[in-house]
Design a protein around this ligand. Structure first.
Ligand code: PEP
Ligand code: MN
Length: 347
């Protein structure tokens, strides 16, 4: 195991004393030093298991006592904070739904003021960097130490490969804004399925994540929450062995990379020039449409463009999603340019 990475593992929810202790013992034997378990569970729909509540805090204390691991759980309001502090939990985390709610974050910050307990902050469920950094700042303003941020992926509408898509540009931006803050990756909630956990964890290492936050359950098929994404302790140990470690290139390697980087920079410059050329034509077509009282948007034309480009992209090995997203943005910019040209013309 790479000693420079922080590895946190444990069940989605603490369910029974036996389940908590069995899972914790296997993880401790494997050398894991921080154990996670949800005591209060935020469920999307009512009528599901909403966590064992305060009695589970005792089990976490037992885990610490017996295995020496530090223990962490989620808090979403001041009652949770009070109970967790009373049980002497080592580290707290703020869940994705709570990070999205400034009232709740402020309530937690106020009740933690002066306590000295470190806190982890998951990204908000929606892809909003300001909400994420805002929550971190609220806690920091109350003098709370942020142990790490956790990137757990973001909500998207409709059926997707991943339960919560990673959107790596957002943790990259967090890193740019808060360079000294460790960022852990939670590939369990990102993937939503067991088979996605390893590739996502691997991707996060390639993106230079500082560690992992993974759901591990002694009997995942029987888990009362997130059963499809939890790994057995054995699967998790295997995952850690399979992860390839990636290092940030040193200066010698940077020299070898220069050639590749020059070629990439050259392509990027050409892309910008071509985009500018395309937008010039858009301005011309916009004047023409305006003169002839034609609508800016013709849906069939847009659908034809995208479908043709998807076919074209496929020939060159570009994924359908990439082509759709890229040309979606280009098309939106074209439409906006045409609309503002019309508005200027009318003024
Ligand atoms: C969790 O880690 O158990 C959890 C509820 O995560 P999230 O807030 O990311 O959904
Ligand atoms: Mn979970």
């Amino acid at each position: 195991m790479n000693p420079s990475k922080t590895i946190i593992a444990g069940p989605c929810s603490a369910e029974t004393e036996r389940q908590v202790m069995n899972t914790a013992r296997s993880l401790a034997t494997a050398g894991i030093s921080i154990f996670r378990a949800g005591i209060w569970k935020p469920r999307t729909k009512p009528g599901q298991f909403e966590g064992i509540g305060t009695p589970g805090l005792e089990w976490l204390r037992d885990v610490r006592e017996e295995t020496g691991m530090r223990v962490t759980t989620e808090v979403a309001n001041s009652r949770h904070v009070e109970a967790a502090l009373k049980a002497e939990i080592d580290i707290l985390w703020i869940g994705a739904r709570t990070t999205a709610n400034p009232f709740a974050v402020q309530e937690i910050a106020d009740s933690l003021r002066g306590c000295g307990i470190p806190v982890m902050v998951k990204n908000p469920i929606n892809p909003d960097i300001e909400l994420w950094t805002g929550a971190i700042e609220r806690l920091q303003n109350a003098g709370i130490r942020i142990f790490a941020a956790i990137h757990r992926g973001f909500s998207t509408y409709g059926e997707q490969t991943y339960r919560y898509a990673p959107q790596w540009q957002i943790p990259i931006e967090l890193r740019r804004r808060m360079p000294s803050l460790p960022i852990l990756c939670d590939p369990s909630h990102m993937g939503g399925k067991r088979e996605h956990v390893l590739p996502l964890a691997q991707a996060s290492y390639q993106m230079n994540a500082d560690g992992l936050f993974v759901e591990v359950h002694c009997n995942p098929d029987e888990a009362l929450s997130d059963s499809r994404q939890q790994l057995t302790p054995d699967m998790f140990i295997q995952l850690l062995e399979q992860l390839r470690q990636h290092k940030v290139p040193d200066s010698a390697e940077t020299g070898n990379l220069a050639g590749f980087r020059n070629r990439i920079d050259g392509c990027d410059r050409q892309i910008v020039e071509i985009l500018a050329k395309r937008m010039d034509i858009v301005k011309e077509i916009s004047a023409y449409k305006n003169e002839h009282d034609l609508t800016v948007l013709q849906s069939e034309r847009y659908n034809d463009i995208i479908n043709n480009l998807i076919q074209e992209g496929r020939k060159f090995g570009l994924s359908e999603n990439f082509v759709k997203n890229l040309f979606g943005m280009i098309h939106t910019e074209s439409v906006n340019l045409q609309l503002s040209a019309i508005q200027n013309h009318k003024l």
